[in-house]
Design a protein around this ligand. Sequence first.
Ligand SMILES: C[S@@+](CC[C@H](N)C(=O)[O-])C[C@H]1O[C@@H](n2cnc3c(N)ncnc32)[C@H](O)[C@@H]1O
Length: 337
Amino acid sequence: MLKKNTSLESSHFPVMLEEIIKICSPVSGGFYIDCTFGGGGYSKKLLKFPKTNVIALDRDKFILNFVKNLEKKYPKRFTFFQKKFSEVDKLIKNQKADAIIFDLGLSSIQLNNLERGFSFKSKESLDMSMGLSNMSAEKVINEFSEQKLKLIIKILGEEKEASRIVKNIIKARSVKKITKVNELVDIIEKSKKKNYKNKINPCTKTFQALRIFVNQEISELVKGIINATKILKPGGKILVISFHSIEDKVVKFFFSNFSSNRSKPSRYLPENLEDSNSLFENYKNKILTPTNREISENSASRSAKFRYAIRNKNKFIFPDELVVKFKKYLDLESSYA
Ligand SMILES: C[S@@+](CC[C@H](N)C(=O)[O-])C[C@H]1O[C@@H](n2cnc3c(N)ncnc32)[C@H](O)[C@@H]1O
């Protein structure tokens, strides 16, 4: 996540930059992959270390200006792909990475561009695509069945008041198509019980659900971290900053259940799983979070949770159990209407 007001590169505040660089500990000739380029904060810092090579990805074509600056400055050491990170393993041949970074979710560049429909303040169309997606929030809100809408908002948004919100969406859309963000905001605000203790915006969870669904974010995360693991060197690191509980659950499950010291084997794992089937070195289940200073300078960083794991020497074996464990989310994201 980036700080608000990101019209220029200089105003970027990439989340937990120092911690990310410390864990990467870039070496001369090292090869790093930044799966979520955004404003390019991590790529830029990694390239400052002598003779590093960086590949960056982002699904969003609107960040290409930031890319151009780095391409000009480091023509031989920096390469960008406008691709989804689920495809990260297909972008390199015969090379293995020293570190692969995921800084999940939305950038402030995307949030603050009101035309993209991510912000509650927008009066524009209900789009919410980060790029390379065939879906829009408008389609979900107007065309999906009551039951499917309820599942999306309840499961992906973890919204307890999903039923009431959806009933009111169905009522409103039977009179007139819901096309603008502010129309949806009105419906959600009228549907939610007033809770004066609750500091979060009443629309947060519904918007989170729609955004996750439109961009198939949980499927992207599951495929992304699996495919990244395939292309890590032994000793290479996979670093993930997540911003909500579903993302963190996925990352935690993967790192803890596929590390050589997993404490309690998951009930999804075969009982005779050999240690040679693990993918990561001992995992301590430690979460790093932003310092108070960073949170005071950039409130968007407050829910960041940073986890990393270190690839061991074992041959890559596909972690089917990760897919089984999160099947509920993956099925929901891949079914339409
Ligand atoms: C939180 S921002 C990253 C900010 C970045 N670390 C920086 O320093 O500026 C997340 C970025 O990841 C991109 N993104 C999200 N999901 C993606 C995916 N599945 N594939 C590729 N890019 C993705 C978004 O478009 C957004 O630009």
